[in-house]
Structure formats: C-alpha cells, structure tokens
Ligand binder design. Structure first.
Ligand SMILES: [Zn+2]
Length: 204
C-alpha cells in the first residue's frame, strides 16, 4: 500500500460520517493500492497538513520554479531601469498607457505604416526593456492562473504519517475480517467492512 489517496464524490445514498468530525459527507478519500478509503469533509482537505497534503505533481513544480525566476527577473528589470521609481511596475504601466493613448502618437503610427520595417526596429530598440518587462508580466499572470487552476483541480493527497500508519494497521485487520467472511455473501462482507470501527488516533 502506498500513501496516495484520490478524493471522490459518492452518491447521496452512500453519505457517511466524516473521519475527522463525523458530519455526514459524500467525499471519500480512496487509495487504490490498499484498497483503503474513508469519508471526509471537503474543508479538511484544504490547508490542513496535519491531516493531508496535496500531491500536485511535476507540472506544478515546473511552473512554480518558472514563476519564481520570472518574478526575480522582473524585480531585476525594475531595479535597473528605474531605481528611483516610487512604484515600479505600476508607474511604468501608467506612463506606457499615456503614451499609447496620445492621439499624435497614433497618427504617426498610421502614417508610418507603409515603411514600418524601419520604424518597428527603432521602436523595439527603444522599448526593448519595456517589452521584455511586459512579456514577463504576461507570463507571470499566465503561470499564476495555471497554478491556481492546478491547485483547484487537484484530487491527489498524501496522508499525515501517523494517520497513514493507522490506515495500514487497519488494512491488516480488515484483511483478517475478509479472510474470515470470504464464505459469506459480498453484501454482508461489504457491510462488515464499512462498519468496522476506526483505529483510534492521537490526533483530535
Ligand atoms: Zn469533517
């Protein structure tokens, strides 16, 4: 048995008491490798490392690392470009916005559209740090959205070690019951397994 549980919703007719607080719930943490399962309220799965920790996987890790380096580079650009700035990115965004909104600038842009090859090159040259900063800010926001999405949709969890140890012990005892009742019908066996009392834990 490995310490990896997936949260599942069961139908209303299978509603049962939460392992932690005994309130009726339809969320089950299921461990395929046991199999092992128990009921829990959704709320206990959030920010509750004494009970469970989410398993986010490789994609989440990669994106988190990228987010950190984007953040660092943005801070570096901000520092180099505008050491005296009263409000780094926001200040720059404000200036940029004003520039773009200026009607003269827009007219110039329209006029110069024919020979835009030359013009564009100049623009890129002048505003390359700004463009880089814009690009990074966009990437930062995208990464942030993606990470939030991964977090919200995560269904994999790892149990706290001592709780997991209890589940393993319980599993061994369940196995013994199974061996005893193999001859009886599956429904009775399932019922006995479902009502099998939890091993008391140290945690409240
Ligand atoms: Zn609960």
């Amino acid at each position: 048995m490995i310490n990896e549980y997936v949260s599942r919703k069961v139908s209303l007719k299978d509603i049962n008491g939460c392992l932690i607080c005994q309130k009726p719930t339809t969320t089950v943490l299921y461990n395929k490798s046991g199999p092992d399962w128990f009921y829990t309220c959704d709320i206990h799965l959030q920010d509750n490392p004494e009970f469970v920790k989410p398993i986010y996987g490789k994609d989440y890790e990669t994106k988190t690392n990228r987010l950190k380096s984007v953040q660092q580079e943005l801070h570096r650009i901000q520092k180099n470009n505008d050491p005296s700035s009263w409000d780094g990115w926001v200040g720059k965004l404000f200036i940029k916005k004003n520039k773009n909104q200026s009607p003269d600038k827009d007219k110039d842009k329209d006029k110069d559209e024919n020979k835009d090859g030359d013009n564009n090159n100049n623009k890129v040259g002048n505003e390359s740090t700004g463009n880089r900063s814009d690009m990074l800010q966009r990437e930062y926001q995208t990464l942030l959205d993606e990470l939030t999405h991964l977090k919200q949709n995560n269904r994999k969890y790892q149990l706290d070690n001592s709780l997991y140890e209890n589940r393993v012990q319980r599993r061994i005892r369940t196995q013994r019951i199974k061996e005893t009742y193999t001859a009886t019908n599956p429904e009775e066996l399932a019922q006995r397994l479902a009502t099998f009392p939890n091993v008391p834990t140290d945690k409240p």
